[in-house]
Ligand binder design. Structure first.
Ligand code: ZN
Length: 116
């Protein structure tokens, strides 16, 4: 996930990140993301991280994907809304379990047909 990238940049045990601390850390850069509803989501990256910042970031206000271009925000992912039951099932199972279930189901089917 894109969120992991930001977390990796913060150091555990470096104390609270206050305004005073910021000047002592590596150079920081903020990146603004704009969602379709016009909300601004500001992420702070290291200078290096900002150069490689993801092109989209989910809006922290409404959850829509935000983009770097305020005038041309990414459209909402309609596929999520129309996700089928099968898609949910696939998400819950890892590939191996899914393959095993498929094998089992096919085995029963073949047995029923007298092919096994
Ligand atoms: Zn938003």
């Amino acid at each position: 996930m894109a969120a992991g990238r930001a977390i990796r940049g913060s150091r555990v045990g470096s104390g609270p990140v206050g305004e005073q601390m910021r000047g002592e850390l590596a150079p920081r850069a903020t990146v603004s993301y704009w969602c379709g509803d016009g909300h601004e989501t500001v992420r702070t990256f290291s200078a290096e991280g900002a150069a490689n910042a993801p092109e989209t970031w989910d809006c922290t206000t409404c959850g829509l994907p935000g983009g770097l271009d305020r005038d041309n925000p990414p459209s909402a992912p309609v596929t999520e809304i129309y996700k089928s039951h099968l898609a949910y099932v696939k998400e819950r199972r890892d590939d191996d379990a899914g393959a095993a279930l498929l094998d089992e189901a096919l085995g029963k089917l073949r047995k029923r047909r007298g092919e096994a």
